[in-house]
Design a binder for this molecule. Structure first.
Ligand code: FAD
Length: 433
């Protein structure tokens, strides 16, 4: 038998990979993690963290307006994009360092380089072959842009975090959570923003009312919404990017950002060499313990495309490490009751089933919903309404879904997620003072 360099070799030092390697090391395994870019992966470098910082920054323009209603006289606020980006980069660098320290402290070897599978127990990195008893693929995902003329002039969220200046006119393409978040960021920071989407529904996969309500609020704030529209070609001219639209119209802007989906990052990974199977979407197929069709190779996170969220990748990484090096016993996470926040303005928070999914599963459901203008918005002169919706299965009166659009919705949902995990009923909600 081949001499093994490691018990566990992890490809990708992002959310899932870092968690799995730390837990495995704490269980006594000899672990290495190979990372081709920065530790922390998408979430820390070009995902959750910088996005939340930019989203927070974008909120100040609205707060400054609201403050007037509460007696504050603020001079016209000025925003400086380079300051925001430099401070954001400094914070991320700090986090990269925290990850490196955390891994070193746990006894995990960090190898900088791009890894390629060369067999069921071997990985090629920096021209050297490393052998491991178990390999974990945690390479995440990557943005997918359409194949249209001039697409090289467009950016994805990856580049949006490093723009030299705030574009004056920007089009964000897409209707998912990354699209609405970035449209809110650009708009809040002062760019003339258009959200262009090929259908007429935002946040597909969420309760349909959330997308409807959010679209209304974003339009009220001044984001131009272009429905059932697509860009057919992009041409760079002296006065900006000329967009040829499907409707025949032309738009001239300074920046086009595509947020039209992400695909599992498996290109050049050597899956064929190791015999690892993927599905028709290119995601690695795994069983309930996150093992692929090759018994020594496992995969977690965005590369398996179950639910592309950091806490999900963390939970999956924990399960793998315990399964391989612990007493076992930890089962795959419950994907159904994961509370989800969308950091648009206003925010969206959701947990549980959409109305459509609940009707399909339970037949008879009861819907309780309300829309109101909160006290602070009245004083602040903000027209924004909060939207709340509760979905209850009629037969057993259990609350199956809680959905909200309004500031703080993301944080609020975490508490509701616990209640739903506990099987709370509508009567218990009502009885809570
Ligand atoms: P990643 O974190 O992507 O890590 C993969 C790592 O593998 C990367 O560091 C990459 O460099 C490395 N790698 C890839 N190939 C190789 C190779 N061959 N060799 C060596 N290293 C390799 N999730 C949330 O929960 N909340 C949010 O608010 C949120 N916001 C987001 C906003 C944006 C704009 C984006 C893009 C994503 C957001 N996400 C959010 C999703 C979240 O970032 C991902 O679900 C999470 O990072 C997935 O973790 P992962 O471990 O699967 O992959």
């Amino acid at each position: 038998m081949q001499q093994q360099d490691f018990d566990f070799l992890v490809i990708g030092g992002g959310s899932g990979g870092v968690r799995a390697s730390r837990v495995a090391a704490s269980l006594g395994a000899r672990v290495a993690v190979v990372e081709s870019a920065q530790l922390g992966g998408t979430c820390v470098n070009v995902g959750c963290i910088p996005k939340k910082l930019l989203s927070h920054a974008a909120h100040f323009s609205q707060l400054a307006e609201e403050a007037k209603g509460f007696g504050w006289q603020l001079d016209k606020p000025q925003f400086d994009w380079p300051t925001l980006i430099a401070n954001k980069d400094r914070e991320i660098e700090r986090l990269n360092g925290v990850y490196a320290k955390m891994l070193a402290g746990a006894g995990v070897n960090v190898i900088q380089g791009r890894a390629t599978l060369s067999g069921p127990n071997s990985v090629l990195v920096n021209g050297q072959t490393l052998h491991a008893r178990h390999i974990l693929i945690a390479t995440g995902g990557t943005p997918s842009l359409p194949d249209i003329p001039g697409v090289e002039h467009a950016i994805s969220s990856n580049e949006a975090f490093h723009l030299k200046e705030l574009p004056r006119r920007v089009v964000v393409v897409g209707g998912g959570y990354i699209a609405v978040e970035f449209a809110s960021i650009f708009h809040g920071l002062g760019a003339e923003t258009t959200l262009l989407h090929r259908s007429q529904q935002l946040l597909r996969g969420f309760d349909a009312d959330l997308g409807l309500h959010l679209a209304q609020e974003m339009a009220h704030q001044g984001v131009a919404m272009r429905w059932r529209e697509e860009i057919q070609a992009i041409e760079k001219q002296a006065d900006g990017l000329h967009l040829q639209l499907k409707s025949g119209e032309q738009l001239v802007v300074d920046c086009v950002m595509y947020a039209t989906g992400r695909v599992p990052l498996t290109a050049g990974l050597g899956l064929e060499a190791a015999g690892v199977k993927t599905n028709d979407k290119g995601a690695i197929e795994v069983d309930s313990h996150f093992t692929t069709n090759v018994p020594s190779i496992h995969a977690v996170g965005d590369v398996i495309d179950r639910m592309a969220l950091t806490p999900v990748a963390l939970a999956e990484g924990t399960v793998v490490a315990h399964h391989l090096f612990g007493q076992g016993g930890k089962s795959a996470p419950d994907y159904e009751l994961v509370p989800t926040a969308v950091f648009s303005h206003p925010q969206v928070g959701t947990v549980g089933l959409s109305e459509e999914a609940a009707r399909q599963r339970f037949g008879a459901v009861q819907i309780f919903q309300s829309s109101f203008r909160p006290l602070s918005n009245r004083m602040g002169g903000e027209p924004e309404n909060v939207f709340l919706k509760l979905i209850v299965s009629k037969a057993d009166q259990r609350v199956r879904g809680v959905h909200m659009v309004g500031e703080g919705a993301g944080e609020l949902m975490q508490g509701f997620a616990v209640a739903l995990q506990c099987g709370a009923t509508k009567q218990q909600f009502d009885a809570t003072i």
